[in-house]
Design a protein around this ligand. Structure first.
Ligand code: KG4
Ligand code: ZN
Length: 337
C-alpha cells in the first residue's frame, strides 16, 4: 500500500509517500524557518499562510519524487492533532479534499504518535512493550508503549516543554533559530561546567516521572550570575551548561522509569531527539537499548505520518470527512505509579 502522509502542524510544510509503513519513497519538507527567523519564533499567521501557498506543490513534489501519480495512492494520512490550529487545518482540509476526489481512504493521526513511529522507518520495531520518549517544541512525554496507537503517559513536563526551554533561552541570548539546533551547535565549543543550574525536585507520588523546565529557563535567563562557577565565561559556556542541565532533567525521570518498569528498550522521537548530547548520554546507559530516528526524521515530516497512517489503514480504520483538527493532544491514558 502506498500512503501519502501530510504534516502541517507547525512551521514545516511536509508531504511524503511511504510504502507498507516501512519504505520511504519520498519525503519532502519545505521549511519556513527563514520566514519565522526574524521574529525568533513561529508566527502562527505566517505559518498557515505559507502552508496554504505551498501544500499543493510540496505534495506534487512528493508524488513526483516517489515516481507515482495521485492515482497510485492507496490512502492519505494527515496530522489532525496536536499543533497550531490554523496550520493543522490547511493539511487536514487538503487531505480530506484529495481523498474525496481520488476516492481513497483517509486517516487523521496524532503528531506525537507519528514522532514515535519515525524510528520504524529506519529500523525494525522493537518488541512491545517499550518506553517512549517524545520531546518536541510543544510536548515532552515519557510513556509506556504497548502498540503503535497505545501509549500510557508515565511522566510529562509540568510547565515548559524541553524544546520550548531551548527556544526561549536561545531567543533571549540571540543564539539563533530554531533554538535547540543553535544551542546544540554552540554547546560544542562551550564548557558545560561553567554554570551549575538548579534541577527540579519532583520525585514523589504522582510526579515521580514528571519534570519541569521553567526553573532552568528562569535561572539561565534571569539569574545567570547566581549559578556561575567560572570567573570568565562565553556564550558557548551558557549554551553548554544549559544543554547539560536540560538533558540531565530528562534523564533523571527517564532512568527512574527504566528502573521501575524494568523495560530495557527506549524509542525516542521529536525534534529534541536530534540533540547530540541526549543521544550520546542515552546510548551510554548500561543495559538500555536506545533507538533514535535518523536525524532527517526527528523533526516534523510527512514520512512518519504516512508510516503511522498505514498501520491504521491496513487494519481497516478510517476517519470521517468531518474529523476536526485539535490543538491539544486527546486520548492518551495517564497512569501514575
Ligand atoms: O518535533 P519538532 O520539529 O516540532 C514540534 O512538533 O514541535 O520539534 C521542534 C523542537 C524545537 O523546539 C527545536 O528547538 C527542537 O525541537 N530541536 C532541538 C534540536 N533540533 C530541534 N532541540 C535540541 N537539540 C537539537 N539538536
Ligand atoms: Zn513535531
Amino acid at each position: 500500500m502506498k500512503i501519502l502522509g501530510i504534516d502541517t502542524s507547525c512551521d514545516e510544510t511536509a508531504a511524503a509517500v511511504v510504502e507498507d509503513g516501512r519504505t520511504v519513497l519520498s519525503n519532502v519538507v519545505a521549511t519556513q524557518i527563514p520566514f519565522h527567523a526574524e521574529y525568533e519564533g513561529v508566527v502562527p499567521e505566517i505559518a498557515s499562510r505559507k502552508h496554504t501557498e505551498w501544500i499543493s506543490a510540496v505534495t506534487r513534489e512528493a508524488l513526483d519524487t516517489a515516481g507515482i501519480t495521485e492515482h497510485d495512492l492507496d490512502g492519505i494520512a494527515v496530522t489532525a492533532q496536536p499543533g497550531m490550529l490554523g496550520s493543522l487545518l490547511v493539511g487536514l482540509n487538503f487531505a480530506k479534499a484529495l481523498s474525496y476526489a481520488l476516492d481513497v481512504p483517509f486517516i487523521g493521526v496524532n503528531h506525537m504518535l507519528a514522532h514515535l513511529y519515525a524510528s520504524r522507518l529506519a529500523e525494525e520495531c522493537p518488541d512491545y512493550p517499550f518506553l517512549g520518549l517524545l520531546v518536541s517544541g510543544g510536548h515532552s512525554i515519557i510513556c509506556r508503549v504497548d502498540n503503535f496507537d497505545d501509549i500510557t503517559v508515565l511522566g510529562t513536563t509540568i510547565d515548559d516543554a524541553a524544546g520550548e526551554a531551548f527556544d526561549k533561552v536561545a531567543k533571549h541570548y540571540g543564539f539563533g533559530y530554531p533554538g535547540g539546533v543553535a544551542i546544540d551547535r554552540l554547546a560544542r565549543q562551550g564548557d558545560p561546567s561553567a554554570f551549575r543550574f538548579p534541577m527540579p525536585n519532583l520525585y514523589k507520588g504522582e510526579h515521580r516521572y514528571d519534570f519541569s523546565y521553567s526553573g532552568l529557563k528562569t535561572a539561565v535567563i534571569n539569574q545567570l550570575e547566581q549559578f556561575r562557577i567560572k570567573e570568565q565565561y562565553t556564550q558557548a559556556d551558557i549554551a553548554a551548561s544549559c544543554q547539560k542541565t536540560a538533558v540531565e532533567i530528562l534523564l533523571r525521570s527517564l532512568l527512574r522509569a527504566v528502573d521501575d518498569t524494568g523495560l530495557k528498550t527506549l524509542v525516542a522521537g521529536g525534534g529534541v531527539a536530534a540533540n547530540s548530547l541526549l543521544r550520546e548520554r542515552l546510548a551510554a546507559v548500561p543495559a538500555l537499548r536506545a533507538v533514535f530516528p535518523p536525524l532527517s526524521l526527528c523533526g516534523d515530516n510527512g514520512a512518519m505520518v504516512a508510516g503511522l497512517g498505514y498501520q491504521y489503514l491496513a487494519r481497516g480504520d478510517r476517519s470521517l470527512l468531518n474529523l476536526a483538527a485539535r490543538a491539544r493532544v486527546l486520548g492518551f491514558k495517564k497512569k501514575y505509579p
